[in-house]
Design a protein around this ligand. Structure first.
Ligand SMILES: Cc1cc2nc3c(=O)[nH]c(=O)nc-3n(C[C@H](O)[C@H](O)[C@H](O)COP(=O)(O)OP(=O)(O)OC[C@H]3O[C@@H](n4cnc5c(N)ncnc54)[C@H](O)[C@@H]3O)c2cc1C
Length: 234
């Protein structure tokens, strides 16, 4: 049964910078003391009547008394300003949990995850949750950033490939630079090379243009709309 969204209060424990213009905040839940949610869901932060910003929960339901949010603050609107202003000890209010970008465990098809930059956040939660609960089946992630500085959690995902032989990771960038051991290219090209026929279930998260381009490739391979789940951040 999906949990109904409810008003929540939490206290900021720590805020840190984890990539270029990307901040991660850990919040200790105060009301309720533990937040029930599914990996991939988000919180809604209010900014006056009918004005909210959504932030996906980067942590997993296995630690419901403390949640992690992660934001790209480059857009520089009210959401980014709110995130930049978060400080240790501060109380924050939001409503949660929301959203249907959650992993369908009962689905036997191998999952293909595709993320663009900060769009990695809900996918990081899902992959960590699968790892923590011993999913034990093949999972693939295509993760694109303009360059490696715009890819929060990249190092953690590389380390996941060492711990989990069922996890296949394809990080790609436009501008590799020295020391980059991933690939170069765009998500639609990589997905086109990986998926030759229907039979996967896709979870795509990031900007609308990338989502549309990846959907087009997948639908040309025979996937129907329901087999492509997406979370559009912008
Ligand atoms: C379901 C959902 C989950 C989300 N989860 C997250 C999350 O975990 N972390 C996060 O940082 N954001 C997330 N977002 C986006 C977030 O809600 C805000 O839109 C974002 O923080 C920008 O808010 P802002 O007020 O600073 O800028 P706004 O004034 O809202 O936006 C300014 C402009 O920037 C565009 N924009 C917004 N975000 C980006 C981006 N990352 N890259 C390029 N252009 C962008 C907007 O479309 C707009 O044109 C999510 C959005 C949705 C719908």
């Amino acid at each position: 049964m999906p949990t109904k969204p409810r008003p929540c209060r939490a206290r900021v424990r720590v805020v840190r910078s984890i990539a270029l213009d990307v901040l991660e905040a850990e919040l200790d839940m105060e009301e309720p003391l533990a937040l029930p949610f599914d990996a991939g869901q988000w919180v809604s932060v209010p900014f006056g009547p009918k004005n909210v910003r959504a932030y996906s929960i980067a942590s997993t339901p296995r630690s419901p008394s403390s949640i992690t949010l992660c934001a790209d603050v480059a857009p520089d609107g009210i959401g980014s300003a709110w995130f930049r202003g978060l400080a240790s000890g501060q109380t924050v209010e939001f409503k949660a949990p929301f959203g249907g970008f959650v992993f369908q465990r009962a689905d036997p098809r191998p999952p293909l995850f595709v993320a663009e930059e900060i769009g990695i956040v809900p996918i990081r939660a899902i992959l960590t949750d699968l790892q923590e609960t011993g999913y034990g089946r093949a999972t693939t992630l295509v993760y694109w950033g303009r360059d490696p500085r715009h890819m929060p959690y990249h190092a953690e995902l590389v380390s996941l490939t060492r711990r989990d032989p069922d996890f296949v990771y394809h990080p790609v960038v436009d501008s590799p630079g020295a020391g980059w051991s991933g690939g170069q290219g765009r998500p639609p090209e990589v997905v086109s090379g990986l998926v030759k026929a229907a039979g996967v279930i896709a979870y795509v998260s990031g900007g609308g243009q990338m989502i549309n381009d990846v959907r087009e490739v997948l639908m040309a391979r025979g996937l129907d709309r329901k087999s492509i789940k997406w979370e559009k951040f912008w």
